[in-house]
Design a binder for this molecule. Sequence first.
Ligand SMILES: Nc1ncnc2c1ncn2[C@@H]1O[C@H](COP(=O)(O)OP(=O)(O)OP(=O)(O)O)[C@@H](O)[C@H]1O
Length: 217
Amino acid sequence: MTPLLSFGRLHKRHGAHTLFDLREFALESASAYVLTGVNGAGKSTLLRILAGLVHADVEDVRFDGAPLPFRPYPRALRDAIVYVHQHPVMFSTSVPANVAYGLTARGAPRALIRERVEEAMAWARVTHLAGSDPAMLSGGEKQRVALARARVLRPRVLLLDEPTSNLDGEAREQVIALIPTLTGAGTTVVMACHDRDLINLPDVRRLKLRDGHIEYR
Ligand SMILES: Nc1ncnc2c1ncn2[C@@H]1O[C@H](COP(=O)(O)OP(=O)(O)OP(=O)(O)O)[C@@H](O)[C@H]1O
């Protein structure tokens, strides 16, 4: 099968220090991956490179099988890849406006925005928070609003940085339960995490960053 996104080489260094040097790194479509590794292995950095937020040296980038220049970060990837931060920032507007943010920024028609925001808020189980002050949401609620904000964009690839690290109990379980529904809808999900329940989800492929290389498990 042709990978969705592949790199012949993906090399990241800070000064003279190589953080990682990955060869033939590829992500398949509609697949879930967990990215593990010790603190400082480079998990967040790799996600941020894929999202175009951090520079790296890359060779032979292909998206949907076609070669693609990576710098400047191409529009095709900006449209397809969404990164969700470990501590999502909420704009102090309203919860629905936060969820709508990406579509509004892209100039989507209002009817489409309304429809997608409603669907995504129901999916993330945050409909009841529509009237809440975004600044007052709990960590689990913010994480679910951030997932809804990503989902409205229908990303081909969703990058989740430690999506459950600040959550416990029901909030954590609710976030974990959303992951399989994303891949079921055709999205590739890559999660940097240490959470055993995410790592052990069915059909999740394991990637481990170790000593600058990636191990497929
Ligand atoms: N701009 C920078 N300049 C130099 N070193 C950096 C820079 N940004 C990150 N680093 C270093 O790169 C390494 C990888 O950081 P990164 O946050 O990607 O690791 P991580 O695997 O996500 O760690 P954790 O599990 O603790 O979140 C760390 O040692 C970090 O200090």
